[in-house]
Design a protein around this ligand. Sequence first.
Ligand code: FAD
Length: 405
Amino acid sequence: MTTDAIVIVGAGQAAGQLAASLAQEGLGGRVTLIGDEPHLPYQRPPLSKKYLAGEIELDRLFVKPAAFYEKNGIGLQLGKRVARIDRGSRTVILEDGSGLPYATLVLATGSRPRRLPLPGSELDGIFYLRGIADVAAIRARFEQGKSLVVVGGGYIGLELAAVAVRHGLKVSVLEQAPRLMARGVGPLVSEFYEQLHRQEGIDLHLGAAVQSFEGRDGLVRRVICNGGFDADIVVIGAGALPNVELAQEAGLATADGILVDALCRTEDPAVYAIGDCTSQFHPLIERNLRLESVHNALEQARIAAASICGKPPPAVQVPWFWSDQYDVKLQMAGIPSSYDDAVMRGQPGRRSFAVFYLANGALVGIDAVNRPADFMISKLLIGERARVDRAKLLDEGVAVKDSRL
Ligand code: FAD
């Protein structure tokens, strides 16, 4: 028996967008989403921001309401895990042993927190933050006056620290690198965030590599790291690893992500992969990237949808990302790993500035703090590989767009 079924494994941000794009093309009735979490596809960014702070309700997280899937005939198998893929018979096999045939398979399995296998890491009170269930567990321990130790000074750890300190917890952040968010922003921006978090009352330690956790009666009590930090709760934010095992076991090529071409196809023409689990060549950045961002999840979903429908893909965009900490919005575009010049405009002291990254006179990246207009125009200029006048970028009196040479 032949099938025209489109099976999507994973029901996260990328899967939700793909289902919506396919429904728009009238293909909803062919689609089944299989996800191991018990929820409709949802957005994760608020998990370390407004949802954690209790400022928005659960239903605001969902990509689409339940009625959308019903109306478009999209099948949902939630709370179910795919155990393996049989590419020979084009079937996915669920953990309960049932099989689902596909004509087109899309892997949208996301990523998972990198675990720290340190002594004591099995103690109760130590958490990672990836899903709705994690927020429920962390929030249940969020009590004023309690001590929280955040291990890792990346976006997720810092966003969580900001919410917690405003909630009245005593918060320490331990980062083993010499600066914050080192993988994502330049040193000037790291320095700004270091001061910001200290001003807000965070006990911040850089160059601090955690050695172990100590507990009493099975509950975490101290984090050992050049001395010790009292802890009622520990949250670890030490990066993420792509969920590539299903693809690997099915014999598909992976290298820090499932390898996909410009149309998000794996080497098997019947199998696509999208979102955090992929590694793809980026024509603007000129190397393979594995991006963990909403923008990438949405873009790759749109590209895969176009390809499945036999339509031309949308134009490639400059990668971008954002982070909200206190009242400060950070927006980043480009991957400025090989810049040779950094130019700042604005005033960090006023919590409003931008750092532009240049390579051979062309704009290759921006980190913008509470500067949405500078961010938007810079994103366009980066996409055009525009050459810019350094002096004009520095001059607040000249619009960023007018710095183009
Ligand atoms: P996911 O949303 O992770 O979805 C993958 C789903 O597949 C998961 O539900 C997973 O459990 C499921 N799955 C995996 N394997 C199987 C299997 N075998 N069978 C069934 N199901 C399976 N990005 C930004 O751009 N800005 C932000 O501010 C930002 N903040 C974030 C804050 C937090 C706390 C987190 C965790 C992430 C944040 N991100 C942010 C990153 C962004 O959320 C991810 O890039 C995005 O969710 C990726 O979407 P995805 O669909 O690839 O993966």
